[in-house]
Design a binder for this molecule. Sequence first.
Ligand SMILES: [Zn+2]
Length: 153
Amino acid sequence: MVWWAAGRVEILEAWEGRTIRTPRTELPMPSVVRFLRSRRRHGAPTIRFSRDSVFARDRGACQYCGKEVPRRDGTYDHITPKSRGGQTLWENIVLACRPCNQRKGNRTPSEAGMHLRVAPQRPSFAAIGTWQVLVGFGDTLPRAWRPYLGLDV
Ligand SMILES: [Zn+2]
């Protein structure tokens, strides 16, 4: 609200029948807003490399067998093993379930006869953000948000 008052966001959609009361007036409660000016000045925002962001990029699925991996059971596989010069980078780390990680061991995927579903890359901010919003809201995702997330209305 402070951002809105300061002219930094534009309200694109408002909740039906919901308002925000201030001592002087009543305002529609925003459901979708757009930042008018990026808060970063240089280039596109980038996602910091972390276990959580790898988990989000890989949609919580083992990148070898495709099975969903609970967050606490997720392991992070170095595609080219660390002991063989593999680095800890977006392009060399994938989420893997324990059985796949154990099976692969200290080998490359081709040595282990395993295949990655997707070549890992640095994810876009939009892709991770959308997934986290969907997981957070599930079926309760507000309809007004759907077109902004690239979903069918
Ligand atoms: Zn697996």
